[in-house]
Design a protein around this ligand. Structure first.
Ligand code: UDX
Length: 456
């Protein structure tokens, strides 16, 4: 079996599924994208993504116009024609922190009904180690004659840079029992790799050469690689944040510390940016999912529990510091919160620290006004009643006693300190992402406070 002229079904049009489907279709694979939600499907069919992701819409439009991409809710239409299925369905967390795998299993069961013999079923959704073996068992139990092949191919793309991360990857991991199926998955990525310069130009993203590599492993290792990668990055952030709190107390600067610590190539500078902590649809869920699945194997991952707890504490720590800076009282004081997305480049507000900080400030009695260039609408559901939203940085900051930068949008980080100072009533300038030019702030009479980071 070769990867050329393959028909592929992608299950689920979330961040991972839509990006995967659109890129494969632009690399001339025939792709069926299954999205059961009518509203989302209609938006996608009109050539628009229902979330903000740079470069995606132009590729989506191109894929739809070329007929290489078909968006449907019908497993029958899609799977009957496909040799390969990529499962990219959601894995939300349960209230106890474990992963909710109901979509993962229902997608596998639904696929079974229409699968061709020897179909290659590729799991891209993040699942606890051991899940693949359960799905393999399900395939054997329900359709022994079909001889379906199951591969774990974890996804490493980040929101905001999803296209770039998929085209210019550090590694593609594929793990499974069937060598031919593993190689087929690798070949699909190699075909995509051959087209990457063209696709980068089309979506207007920079060409970012990487030392990319293809890694094949056992099924269980592939599953564990994904959660371990995310857990380790979350650990780095929480570690940086715990050192930031020490730096605040010890009159040191965490940015200086991490610049020097990260200069050691064994450690690396990435993901050591201290601030308001991590959010999003992956790190919080993957950390709690790993803790929970480890417990199922009788392993107590205390190190990850500490990382999780450190992250949980950060918004409260920041609100306490803002309160101290405002003479120990937030009551009735106007505070501008700039940034509701869990990071720049996305409209996603899942587990967003900016939202948590706005809500905590509100609970402490502040008059909170928020702004985000992309995430305002999505954040409205999570913000407490009484937290105001605003249409611009200017309108948000006007008359504020304190400004809090919670997402590193260029628009917010590059907004001149002189203008912040001019618009504000007070002068407390809290940089919860440690990204603003601190000297610029202080030279404009703002009282700059970072997380373990200062102006001098
Ligand atoms: C992450 C992984 O990076 C990606 O490989 C995986 O496929 C999905 O999960 P994502 O959630 O899109 O991607 O965002 P990422 O850029 O990793 O940032 C996650 C959170 O950590 C954000 O809230 C970000 O602001 C925060 N962060 C990141 C820090 O607080 N400090 C840092 O140094 C880096």
């Amino acid at each position: 079996m070769t990867s050329s002229n393959l028909t592929i079904t992608v299950l689920g049009a979330g961040y991972v599924g839509l990006t995967t489907a659109v890129l494969l279709a632009n690399a001339n694979f025939k792709v069926y994208l299954i999205e059961p939600n009518d509203e989302r499907r209609q938006v996608i069919q009109s050539g628009k993504s229902f979330f903000y992701e740079y470069g995606l819409d132009v590729l989506l439009e191109q894929a739809l116009n070329s007929d290489f991409l078909v968006v449907t809710d019908s497993y029958e239409t899609a799977v009957t024609n496909s040799r390969v299925v990529f499962s990219c369905v959601g894995t939300p967390d349960n209230p106890d922190g474990s992963s909710n795998l109901s979509y993962v299993f229902s997608a596998a069961e639904e696929t079974l009904k229409y699968a061709q013999p020897e179909l290659v079923y590729v799991q891209k959704s993040t699942v606890p180690v051991g899940t693949g073996q359960k799905i393999e068992a399900l395939f054997v139990e329900k359709a022994p004659n079909l001889k379906l092949r199951y591969i774990s191919n974890p996804e490493f793309l980040r929101e905001g840079t999803a296209i770039s991360d998929t085209l210019f990857f550090d590694r593609v991991v594929a793990g499974g029992r069937d060598k031919e199926a593993v190689n087929l998955v690798i070949d699909i990525y190699k075909d995509l790799e051959e087209q990457r310069e063209r696709l980068a130009q089309l979506s207007k993203i920079p060409i970012a050469p990487r030392v990319d590599q293809y890694i094949t492993t056992s099924l269980n290792s592939a599953e564990l690689i994904k959660v371990t990668s995310n857990a380790f990055l979350a650990l780095k952030i929480s570690f940086a944040n715990s050192i930031a709190i020490l730096a605040d107390k010890a009159d040191a600067d965490v940015v200086e510390v991490m610049d020097a610590v990260g200069a050691d190539h064994r450690i690396g500078r990435a993901f050591l940016n201290a601030g308001r902590g991590y959010g999003g649809g992956c790190f919080p869920k993957d950390v709690s999912g790993l803790i929970s699945s480890a417990l199922d194997y009788g392993v107590d991952l205390q190190i990850m529990e500490s990382a999780q707890e450190q992250n949980r504490l950060m918004p409260g720590y920041i609100v306490d510091r803002i309160q101290q800076a405002l003479d120990n009282s937030l009551a009735g004081k106007r505070v501008a919160v700039l940034g509701l997305a869990f990071k720049a480049g996305t409209s996603d507000v899942r587990k967003s620290p900016g939202v948590a900080i706005a809500n905590k400030l509100h609970e402490a009695g502040a008059h909170v006004v928020t702004y985000d260039p992309e995430a305002q609408e999505e954040a409205a559901i999570d913000l407490f009643r009484g937290v105001e939203d605003s249409e611009s940085i200017e309108a948000t900051v006007k008359g504020a006693e304190a400004v809090v930068l919670t997402t590193e949008w260029p628009e917010i980080i590059d907004f001149p300190a002189s203008k912040y100072a001019q618009l504000m009533h007070g002068n407390v300038f809290f940089d919860a992402v440690n990204q603003y030019n601190a000297l610029d702030a202080t030279s404009n009479s703002l009282r700059y406070i970072g997380v373990g980071h200062r102006a001098e």
